[in-house]
Design a protein around this ligand. Structure first.
Ligand SMILES: Cc1cc2nc3c(=O)[nH]c(=O)nc-3n(C[C@H](O)[C@H](O)[C@H](O)COP(=O)(O)O)c2cc1C
Length: 194
C-alpha cells in the first residue's frame, strides 16, 4: 500500500510553530509518499454529539466531518499536529479525536479494523523548556493508538511561544529530519509494556 500521510493541524492560529515543525518533518518524506493537510481551524468540525448508541446513526456524506473522515480512512499515517494547550492536545484536536468515537460505532465503516496497523504520529510545539510537561499529550496519543490497534511513532516536540520561535530550536529541527523515518511499533498501553 502506498504510504499516505494525513496531517491534522490543530493550532488555533495559522502558520504557528507546530505547523512549521510538521512541515520541516514532512519535507523529508520521499516524493512518492502522498501528503494531505487539513487545518481544523480553517475547516472547523462541529462539536461532537454522542450518537453512538442511536440506531439511525449514519456515516456523514458531506461537510467537514465527511471530509476529515474520508481523509482519515484513506491515510496510512495520521499525524496529529497539535500545540501543547494546558499540557494536552488543543480543543480542535480533541474534538477531532472525539469524532473517532462516533466513527467507531458508525455502521458499515469498520473504523477500528480499518485503522488497525496504521500509524499515529504527533508533532507539538510548547512554550515550556522542560519537555516532560508534554507527557499527558504523549500519553493521550499513545493510548489512543493502543486502543485502535495502531502503531505509534512518538511525538516530535519543539520549543516556542510566538510563531516562528521553533525555527530557532535547532535540536527540534534536527529531530524533524529523521522523525518519520523512525520505527513505529504497535502501540501498547503502559500496563502492557514489557
Ligand atoms: C490555550 C493555550 C494553552 C497553552 N498551554 C501551554 C502549556 O500547557 N504548556 C506550554 O508549554 N505552553 C502552552 N501554551 C503555549 C503554546 O504551546 C505555544 O505558544 C506554542 O508555540 C503554540 O503553538 P502554535 O504556534 O503551533 O500555535 C499554550 C498556549 C495557548 C494559546
Amino acid at each position: 500500500m502506498t504510504r499516505r500521510f494525513l496531517f491534522v493541524l490543530g493550532s488555533a492560529r495559522a502558520d504557528g510553530n507546530t505547523e512549521l515543525l510538521a512541515r520541516r518533518a514532512a519535507e523529508q518524506l520521499p516524493p512518492e509518499v502522498e501528503q494531505q493537510w487539513i487545518d481544523l481551524t480553517a475547516d472547523p468540525l462541529p462539536d461532537f454529539e454522542d450518537l453512538r448508541h442511536d440506531s439511525d446513526h449514519v456515516r456523514p456524506t458531506e461537510g467537514p466531518v465527511a471530509h476529515v473522515l474520508d481523509a482519515t480512512v484513506a491515510a496510512t499515517d495520521v499525524v496529529i499536529a497539535s500545540p501543547l494547550y494546558w499540557y494536552s492536545v488543543s480543543a480542535h484536536t480533541k474534538r477531532y479525536l472525539d469524532h473517532w468515537s462516533g466513527w467507531l460505532r458508525t455502521p458499515g465503516l469498520d473504523f477500528k479494523a480499518t485503522m488497525a496497523g496504521r500509524t499515529l504520529w504527533g508533532v507539538t510545539a510548547l512554550a515550556h523548556e522542560e519537555q516532560e510537561v508534554a507527557d499527558p499529550l504523549i500519553g493521550t496519543l499513545n493510548n489512543s493508538a493502543a486502543y485502535m490497534g495502531m502503531r505509534f511513532g512518538g511525538v516530535l516536540l519543539g520549543n516556542g511561544s510566538k510563531p516562528g520561535d521553533v525555527l530557532r530550536d535547532t535540536e527540534a529541527l534536527a529531530r524533524a529530519k529523521t522523525f518519520f523515518a523512525q520505527d513505529a511499533p504497535l502501540a501498547r498501553f503502559p500496563y502492557e509494556a514489557g
